[in-house]
Write a protein that binds this ligand. Structure first.
Ligand code: ZN
Length: 403
């Protein structure tokens, strides 16, 4: 039977254990009936349903609000680095994907028409401050000088796409901005203020310094790659930067993981969490050069944070309520009759899987998040962790790299 045929029928989820639905979360194992209209019709233990329904047995698995990945790259075909939404979305347990600046004002219309609108998943986007976005990522940088930013066109693009755009993205790293320093971050903040949306800033190779970026950000803004292990950008190599990050987090700046190919360190994350500094949100920064190594998917990234000491319920909150607040997605009554179904069904299983961070450090994950289903309306999509493909050594103009 195809998903389309399934979607016509009501969906009965049996033996699922709700978590992260707020104070009214029912205890123990329940059944949930979702009507053919995609809305919750009934919740209870051992529902007696006589009508013709699609049945999914959760076998005691957890059910939470659908997972949200706050940092992915899915402008597939419009940038050289992006993957398809289907590669990191419902089939991986993620029902909402937030693209972090793959599109700029010059090409956002294509992203909307060819990716956002046809996708099964809910897709939101941070608009890149640079007009061209990540067309030829890091080969044709999007923020070389002021000619790469068009304030009027950004405002126009936002006006036409405000239901899709949730903020402004700035990649503040010398790989992109050369010696331009922190100026693009200041311009991004100005635009974000005018539009009354958050700004997400990528921190990496200085300039700009992580410290300078934090000084510009305000409550509600997001710093992604927060626990990177890069020289000059790690919060664990400079006590002043650590204290600044901790103070900004207290004041409402959101520290986002944004694992990616180069931006998550087990050592930094473990040390920060041990000192009580937890990430606000857990995101993958999945793209074509990070998926097979070292990120794989959302569930593995969540398992990595669990492994370095983040509590289980905090990990789930960091992929549900936390990113939902950034994109203004309402989270009240997500398990109430009449609400639209948007769930992830998952298990936490024992494991001895070896996983690698962006610095090449290896940890054994003793517990693994295993997504089983994504539920979007009356459709249940089978989900699993990504099985990485063998890496290939690729030759290019300035050497070799693993792909
Ligand atoms: Zn990214």
């Amino acid at each position: 039977m195809t998903f389309a045929e399934n979607a016509m029928k009501p969906l009965l989820l049996t033996h699922v254990k709700p978590m992260a639905f707020g104070p009214a979360t029912p205890g123990g194992v329940v059944d949930i009936l979702v009507g053919a209209d995609g809305r919750i019709a009934q919740i209870g233990s051992s529902l007696a349903v006589t009508e013709d329904v699609t049945r999914v047995d959760g076998m005691g698995a957890w059910i939470s609000p659908g997972w949200i990945d706050l940092h992915v790259h899915i402008w597939h075909g419009g940038t050289d680095i992006s993957i398809r939404p289907s590669e990191c979305g419902a089939e991986r347990g993620v029902t909402t994907l937030v693209d972090a600046g793959s599109a700029g004002e010059a090409n956002f219309h294509g992203f909307r028409e060819y990716i956002i609108e046809p996708a099964k998943e809910r897709i939101k986007a941070f608009l890149n401050l640079g007009s061209i976005g990540l067309v030829a990522c890091n080969r044709v940088p999007e923020l070389r000088d002021i000619r790469d930013i068009d304030l009027d066109r950004i405002l126009e693009c936002y006006a036409e796409n405000s239901e899709h755009i949730v903020g402004i993205k700035v990649r503040a790293s010398h790989v992109i901005t050369g010696s331009w320093g922190v100026t693009p971050v200041k311009l991004g903040k100005k635009i974000a203020k005018i539009l009354k949306v958050p700004m997400m800033v990528h921190v990496g190779e200085p300039p700009a310094l992580y410290d300078e970026v934090l000084e510009i950000l305000g409550p509600g803004d997001v710093v992604t790659h927060c626990f990177n292990g890069k020289a000059g950008s790690s919060i664990m190599e400079d006590e002043d930067l650590y204290n600044l990050a901790a103070r900004c987090a207290d004041e409402g700046v959101r520290l986002d993981i944004g694992h990616g190919g180069a931006s998550f360190s087990f050592k930094v994350a473990e040390a920060a969490i041990k000192r009580g500094l937890l990430p606000f949100s857990i995101s993958t920064d999945l793209h074509g050069h990070s998926m097979n190594f070292p990120v794989w998917d959302m569930a593995t990234t969540m398992s990595k944070l669990l492994c370095v000491g983040m509590p289980f319920d905090k990990v789930v909150e960091a992929v549900t309520h936390a990113p939902a607040s950034v994109i203004k997605l309402p989270m009240e009554d997500r398990l109430s009759v009449g609400s639209r179904a948007d769930f992830t069904i998952f298990d936490l299983v024992d494991s001895d899987l070896e996983a690698t961070d962006s610095n090449g450090d290896v940890s054994v994950l003793t517990k693994l998040f295993e997504p089983r289903y994504s539920v979007i309306g009356s459709e249940a999509i089978t989900a699993s962790r990504y099985k990485p493909k063998a890496r290939k050594l690729v030759r290019h103009s300035h050497g070799y790299s693993w792909r």
